[in-house]
Design a binder for this molecule. Structure first.
Ligand code: NAD
Length: 457
């Protein structure tokens, strides 16, 4: 049998118990931190090459996120690995019940291109913490980062247990033909379906971190609060990877009467953060490639959508730059409102009353994230009780991503499974139920022959 990318070796290493002990796991996590620290400048360079990501943004969204996750895992791994005591029914006395986390085996991780370091290596932190052997496939759409990951991982991490396989969909397809103990995928719902179909053949469990249209609900605000609200919306929409983010803001819902003031504040903030010339845009990533550039531009092509552009709209195909663009009330059946935008366009949809946002969201697939700016507890409650989404963040955007105590993942079309912090460990573990029985006390009625006395018992 062909040893596909050393898979046989990875399985052998797992079966030999190489990755099970806490020492191995901690040693690999420390090595990953060392890899990141010693190669920070190279990571910045690769992120600049692939996406035009500024080092400040690269540190905030990639390197810093990864270091935080590895540090958090190192701090908690002993606790996570410990068996948890289970409660026992009286009938089982005397016994001892425990839930013992065990690694799944050899797992496959698909990374994505928009955060090509953190969204590839953050799941790896979970897989290592849980004691698995791993194949990582970075996204081919961020080739400099993919190549750097492929070069550095074997220099720092255990080659017998962790491998990087580079390539496009042909390689992904070959990987999917192998048998895995878990597949962790970050990407589009379209490829998510392919992953799940392939996984079904071996009944392999999957985690699908997908995308969707994440709304912002904007209630009324005082002038001083609005300044903060607008910064958080502009920073959240265009800050992380120029809107190419799964939990990025897709569209904004606001009451009609508040729209014009909001739009003026948004425009002022965009100019302040990014400048207003598409040729010399500051502090914003470029679109990953020409295909995605054309895809995002095509969302503006329909005349009625084009007519709704109230800010920006300049395109620079050569440099793959799209100016931060705001649209007011584009048709809700146009692709810009039916497809995930995944780029720097922000449609604003006006409503008669803010409570209408609930029906608007519920008429569409479940989002990965909902953001709501409001002081109104009744509205907060309504959002929590009457909508479904991977997460809800009140009065900020994107920031939930770095909160390790919260599970990160979708629901419905935005995916399933979760990770971050302890949830990453759980995602790559099986919780084995263990019952230790004693030889004291024997309940005879449990055994045949059956009779009336046993029925009464
Ligand atoms: P994609 O689904 O096109 O590609 C992801 C991966 O799938 C790549 O590694 C690619 O090699 C592989 N692939 C592509 N075609 C394949 C095929 N036919 N067979 C097997 N594998 C194949 O996704 P993308 O364009 O890289 O990312 C955009 C999408 O990802 C958006 O929908 C976004 O919301 C989502 N996303 C989600 C998260 C999250 O954490 N939930 C994060 C980032 C991106």
């Amino acid at each position: 049998m062909e040893d596909f990318h050393g898979l046989i070796g990875l399985r052998r290493a797992f079966r030999a118990g190489k990755t099970r002990g806490i020492e191995w796991r901690m040693c690999q996590l420390r090595a990953l931190l060392k890899l990141v620290s010693e190669n920070e400048a190279r990571f910045f360079e690769a992120l600049e090459q692939d996406l035009g990501k500024h080092p400040v943004e690269a540190y905030r969204d990639e390197i810093g996120v990864l270091k935080k996750s590895a540090d958090h895992a190192l701090l908690n791994i002993k606790k996570w690995m410990a068996p948890k005591k289970g409660h026992l029914p009286l009938l089982l006395f005397p016994s001892r019940a425990e839930v013992l986390p065990e690694p799944l085996g050899t797992v496959l991780i698909f990374g994505s291109w928009n955060f090509p370091i953190s969204l590839t290596l953050d799941p790896l932190v979970g897989a290592i913490s849980a004691g698995n052997t791993v194949v990582v496939k970075p996204s081919e759409l961020a080739p400099a980062c993919s190549s750097l990951i492929c070069q550095t991982i074997p220099l720092y991490l255990d080659r017998e247990a962790i491998r990087v396989v580079e390539g496009g969909s042909d390689v992904a397809d070959k990987l999917l033909q192998q048998q895995w103990d878990k597949i962790f995928f970050t990407g589009s719902p379209r490829v998510g379906r392919i992953i799940m179909t392939a996984a079904a053949k071996h009944l392999t469990p999957v985690t699908l971190e997908l995308g969707g249209k994440c709304p912002v609900i904007l209630d009324s605000f005082s002038e001083s609060d609005l300044k903060v609200v607008v910064k958080r919306i502009v920073g959240g929409k265009w800050g992380p990877c120029a809107g190419q983010a799964c939990i990025g803001i897709d569209y904004l819902l606001v009451q009609k009467k508040l729209a014009s003031h909001l739009i003026e504040s948004l425009k002022a903030c965009i100019k302040k953060f990014y400048g207003d010339d598409v040729k010399s845009l500051q502090s914003i990533c470029r679109i990953v490639n020409k295909n995605h550039f054309d895809r995002v531009c095509s969302l503006l092509e329909e005349p009625s959508v084009g007519a709704s552009v109230i800010y920006g709209g300049s395109l620079d195909r050569e440099n793959l730059m799209i100016e931060p663009t705001v649209l007011l009330d584009p048709p809700v059946d146009a692709p810009i409102m039916t497809d995930e935008i995944f780029g720097p366009l922000l449609p604003i949809i006006t409503l008669d009353k803010i409570e209408d946002s609930i029906d608007f969201i519920n008429a569409r697939p479940k989002p990965l994230a909902i953001y709501a700016f409001t002081h109104n507890n009744k509205l907060k409650d309504q959002i929590l009780q009457e909508t479904s989404s991977g997460s809800v963040t009140f009065n900020d955007t994107m920031i939930q991503f770095i909160c390790d105590s919260l599970p990160f993942g979708g629901v419905g079309q935005s995916g399933f499974g979760r990770y971050h912090g302890k949830y990453s460990f759980d995602t790559f573990s099986h919780e084995k139920a263990v019952l230790h029985r004693s030889f004291y006390l024997e309940l005879e009625p449990r055994y045949p022959p059956w009779n009336d006395f046993k029925l009464e018992f």
